[in-house]
Design a protein. Sequence first.
Length: 213
Amino acid sequence: MGHSGAGKSTCANLLLRFWDFTAGSISVGGHDVRDFPHEDLRRLMTLVPQDTFLLNTTVRDSIRLGRADASDEEVEAAARAAQAHEFITTLPDGYAPVAGELGALKSGGQRQRIAIAGALLKDAPILVMDEAVSNLDAAGEQAVTRAMDEALHIRTTLVIAHRLSTILTADRIVAISGGRVAESGTHEDLLALGGAYVELLASQLDGFVGPDA
């Protein structure tokens, strides 16, 4: 977590090698990411970005992009896990309708849930979620979090988030400030420090209560 412009999405872009770094290193399993062919790195990781869009194809095929050989049953199971199945089935033709260029026919929250379903279907060992629940209301976010709890904890999941409810699900929190790691640890550890993490929460969350309350 961190303020806008702190470097959160930059970290994700460097990990996925959308950009390459010129100093330092990023390793996965002890191996520098630059040693992986791009194709292998893409198989290892799945990104659910903040701004998602759907191709001009069916909802079913949009979910299936990460695994072209997935069965209809597997597609629907992933949609259920992402809390997308219910709204998809309310569409006139269910999973069959064309999604529309840039997802113009779906709300932001619906597009994100379809993208999350596709990520779960791909089942890569590393999942990167860059503000992936930002367009969901609190109830929708909680539903998705509950449904995805098991899926998230059987793989390495990197979550870029601002909401406290999302942050509290993390095993380790990294507070980024000015392009650098300011603090790292559990929620309780960082509250006790009373430093950058507490300042970030206080600036982003209404009604936040500090560690001395």
